[in-house]
Design a protein around this ligand. Structure first.
Ligand code: LLP
Length: 436
């Protein structure tokens, strides 16, 4: 499996963005997050151009929870995408990085007053209203702060689409904690309240059905549900939504056998479903917003680890290899295998050209069982070797921790043979910085 600009160079080393990963590891240390900047940018452009043919009034918004820092904000801004932030910290990062506030929208199932104030002060493009308490709070804060204009909001709806993915990352179903529910009538009551609030300017509706979804019919179902909802709202309240945000969620490739739909197939399925539903309900076609995170950045990221120990363990588990590699990272830089049983592909960074046929179980170095890959195929591997885990661009760095008081890894962006440090490696002093 070869993603983005990955290739094997003349030394047999894995190269990304024209940079030799063996040299990157020497220069910046390990574990190291490597962002293939060209691959990330190319994917941003692919998303924008995929929709152009089908529907020109589509806005593509990067979901910053997948991975966010100053450099990533700047790349996203340069590529002309909007930005979805889901917390005060993400919003603060975006504003500090100079991201245009009008192209930011704020999500969250519980936004604190401080988070809402930051968003109102900055003048973000939209606040995505999730619950009744928030309607009241945004109204009060806008009044107290003398915002002076109606605050642009979207109302988040749980569209009751049960997408096939890991239960912890499914969000559009009936028992989801997110958004206003259709079944209870809350979604309609929310719209009624927002329309009756002079401090709020309802711009449209939002939904997000989950993440790592390969079945395009789930996105089509979400689009149909949202159009049906918008049509019913028009009937009840004479309000015609001009905009629908269908969220993110498109799957990516973690394993060689994974075949996620292409962005253009996704765009086509979504726009077709939207059009058909609009025709069925005789509803004027709204503008469309999509907010992918994973499918923009996951495949552009790898993590480099140094193998510290090799163990032969004669256990009796039929599926797990007996040869174990212990590497210098793990659950603190990527909790996904532990949290979701997420699966990844490994590549030997120094002997990238050799057959990858020997099964290893790759484990982290933390004080618990933290597998990175249960069954990875590599050439024969020794302590001191460098390995790359592919497709770690989304939800690894952003979900990292200091577990066991390990400093977090650095991140470099590589492009056209040049590497630039975009996140410095934490030090032990950083780990202790907040201790009093
Ligand atoms: N929009 C909203 C409102 C979201 O909640 C999310 C992701 C996205 C967009 C972007 O979804 P994506 O295109 O990345 O699938 N930590 C989990 C994933 C959590 C996703 C949370 N919401 C993981 O590592 O798999």
């Amino acid at each position: 499996m070869r993603l983005g600009t990955q290739r094997v160079n003349a030394q047999g080393h894995l190269e990304v963005g024209g940079c030799d990963t063996v040299q990157l590891a020497e220069q910046y240390g390990t574990p190291l997050y490597v962002l293939d900047e060209e691959a990330f940018r190319a994917r941003c452009r692919e998303y924008r151009s995929a929709f152009v043919g089908f529907k020109p009034d589509v806005e593509v918004v990067y979901a910053g929870k997948a991975a966010l820092n100053r450099a990533i904000c700047q790349i996203v801004a340069e590529e002309g995408l909007g930005l979805d932030v889901a917390s005060g910290g993400e919003l603060y990062t975006a504003l500090q990085a100079g991201f245009p506030p009008a192209k930011i929208h704020l999500h969250g199932v519980y936004k604190t007053d401080a988070e809402l104030q930051m968003a109102l002060e900055a003048g973000v493009g939209a606040i995505v209203i999730d619950n009744f308490e928030e309607i009241a709070r945004v109204r009060r804060l806008a009044g107290d702060m003398g915002v002076g204009r109606a605050v642009p909001v979207w109302v988040r709806v749980a569209p009751e689409v049960d997408a096939e993915t890991h239960p912890l990352i499914r969000t559009g179903q009936r028992d989801s904690k997110f958004g206003f529910h259709l079944i209870s009538g809350d979604a309609y009551r929310a719209v009624e309240q927002v329309l009756g609030a002079p401090e709020l300017d309802l711009r449209g509706f939002h939904c997000h059905i989950g993440s790592q979804i390969s079945d395009l019919s789930a996105f089509a179902a979400a689009a149909r549900a949202m159009v049906a909802f918008a049509a019913e709202v028009r009937c009840r309240y004479r309000y015609t939504a001009q905009l629908l945000n269908i969220g993110g969620g498109l799957a990516v490739r973690y394993l060689p056998e994974d075949q996620p739909p292409s962005v253009s197939a996704y765009a086509e399925a979504l726009v077709r479903a939207l059009r058909a539903a609009c025709a069925e309900h005789n509803f004027p076609e709204p503008a469309l917003v999509v907010e992918p995170g994973r499918s923009l950045i996951a495949e552009a990221g790898i993590t480099l680890y140094r193998v510290g120990a090799v163990k032969h363990i004669p256990h009796e588990h039929p599926e797990l290899p007996h040869d174990y590699l212990i590497v210098d990272g793990g659950v603190s830089d990527n909790p996904r295998p532990q949290m979701y049983g997420a699966r990844y592909t490994a590549w030997h960074a120094q002997r990238a050209d050799q057959p990858h046929t020997h099964p290893y179980r790759i484990m982290g170095k933390h004080c618990e069982t933290d597998p990175i890959i249960d069954r990875a195929l590599l050439p024969e591997t020794h302590a001191g070797d460098l390995i790359a885990i592919l497709t770690t661009g989304a939800y690894a760095y952003s979900m990292s921790s200091n577990y066991n008081r390990y400093p977090r890894p650095a991140m470099v962006a590589v492009r056209n043979g040049t590497a630039r440090l975009i996140v410095a490696r934490e030090t032990y002093a950083d780990v202790m910085r907040m201790d009093r």
